[in-house]
Design a protein around this ligand. Structure first.
Ligand SMILES: [Zn+2]
Length: 435
């Protein structure tokens, strides 16, 4: 701990290590409970994991949930979430919460970024950003102006705005506002963007420090101090210590020197005694380079702070990231594919809509311990999807989230008992042999 008034780290402690490699277990302590890492953090973009009750997420072993600042800012509004007592209380989730900064959505989903790129894939993305009149997001050195994907209204995010929104949303872990780049961006643009992200990181720290000092309930109380086991929120009770931990986000795309420089810069960055409490690893990463890039970054980051890899959830990616020293991960994948009838299994992903599921009166997986596999058959799920029943999404999402949460839990156990490589070989060998 530090006696700096605005540094509110979730206490992170490293546990077991993966030999001389970067992989490790750990504990990340927040005001709403402790996360044992490595841990998969399911995504509830708009303050709900689509189609699933928070109780079911807790029951399937989710230790924390991640929501999105951009979406909640537009709807219902961060002021509404704040008035409700913060994200966790608003959505009826008593455990730890994360929000991402909104940068990714502002510059991609909300802005039609991917669409623009796919329509004109020969252009450098830098040109697209600079010149396309129809683009819904425009980046300058101060921030990003964008149009809402909901109603086309114009908004502006700056590092200060993003910090304000995330503080009002009240998650336990929040992320610095960064610029999204793509692999199509030129090296020159990546450098320019990285410089901007670094400048924004310092502004995020300064604003985070200011907002944290305003919200601090009692001088000398560490906002990150745990208050005991996660509990169900009661209406009318105080929101509790609410100072979030701020993670800086390491960008730099596929360039080793840029990634290492960015990681070193953020690790050393200090504004009036405030440093980042942890780090996100973001941006454009090709699957085959994931382990290498995460390795560059964790090599430069301080060992005693947590690292969150943004946006991954496939088994092979998770093994690679854990080995390379990432501690937490989030991904919409498990719930998104569940809603289109695809389920994770030990043999890889399968589609429940295939005709042979129609009379398979057996669970998705015999050895899955989820609620869905305990109570329902593939035949029933096949029927629900065919009949377009809402329950289909609920039941398959529960299974998929459980699959990924449990897989990462197994990785953690394997790190502790020295069998990580065996678990990886066994898990990935079976998935590959089934393809
Ligand atoms: Zn299951």
């Amino acid at each position: 701990m530090t006696d700096s008034p605005t540094t509110t780290p979730p206490l992170f402690e490293v546990g077991a290590r993966l030999g001389d490699r970067a992989g490790r277990t750990g504990t990340l302590t927040t005001a709403h409970g402790t996360i044992r890492t490595p841990a998969f953090v399911p995504v509830g973009t708009k303050a709900t994991v689509k189609a699933v009750l928070p109780e079911a997420m807790a029951e399937l072993g989710a230790q924390a949930l991640l929501a999105n600042a951009y979406h909640l800012y537009l709807q219902p509004g961060d002021d509404v979430v704040e008035e409700a007592g913060g994200l966790g209380r608003f959505m009826g989730w008593s455990g730890p919460t994360f929000t991402d900064s909104g940068g990714f959505q502002v510059m991609s989903l909300g802005a039609g970024f991917r669409k623009t790129l796919s329509m004109d894939s020969t252009s450098e993305a830098a040109d697209v950003i600079a010149t396309d009149k129809d683009r819904l997001a425009h980046v300058d050195d101060d921030g990003v102006t964008f149009r809402s994907h909901l109603d086309g209204s114009t908004h502006r995010f700056t590092p200060e705005v993003s910090m304000g929104i995330q503080h009002r949303l009240g998650a336990d872990v929040i992320f610095a506002f960064d610029e999204l780049t793509t692999l199509l961006d030129s090296r020159a643009y990546q450098e320019e963007s990285l410089a901007r992200t670094e400048a924004w990181a310092a502004r995020c720290l300064a604003e985070h420090r200011r907002l944290s000092s305003l919200r601090r309930p009692q001088p000398g109380t560490l906002a990150g101090t745990p208050t005991g086991p996660a509990r169900r929120p009661q209406p009318g009770t105080p929101a509790g210590p609410a100072g979030p931990a701020l993670f800086g986000v390491v960008q730099g795309a596929q360039h080793e020197d840029l990634r290492r420089r960015a990681a070193r810069h953020l690790a050393e960055l200090e504004v009036d005694g405030t440093r980042f409490d942890g780090f996100g690893i973001g941006g454009a990463i090709e699957k085959e380079n994931l382990a290498t890039i995460v390795g560059w970054v964790t090599d430069e980051l301080p060992d005693d702070k947590p690292r969150h890899l943004l946006g991954i959830g496939e088994p092979d990616d998770l093994f690679a990231a854990v080995e390379a020293g990432a501690d937490t991960f989030d991904c919409v994948g498990p719930s998104r594919v569940a809603r289109s009838s695809r389920v994770y299994t030990a043999d890889g992903r399968e589609n429940l809509l295939v005709a042979r599921s129609r009379r398979r009166f057996e669970p998705i997986e015999d050895d899955c311990d989820c609620y869905t596999c305990a109570h329902y058959t593939r035949a029933y799920l096949h029927h629900l999807f065919k009949a377009k029943e809402y329950l289909a999404a609920t039941l398959t999402t529960i299974h998929n989230e459980r699959y990924v949460v449990r897989l990462v839990d197994r990785m953690r156990a394997a790190l502790e008992d020295g069998t990580f490589d065996e678990l990886r070989a066994e898990t990935m060998g079976r998935i590959r042999s089934s393809r």
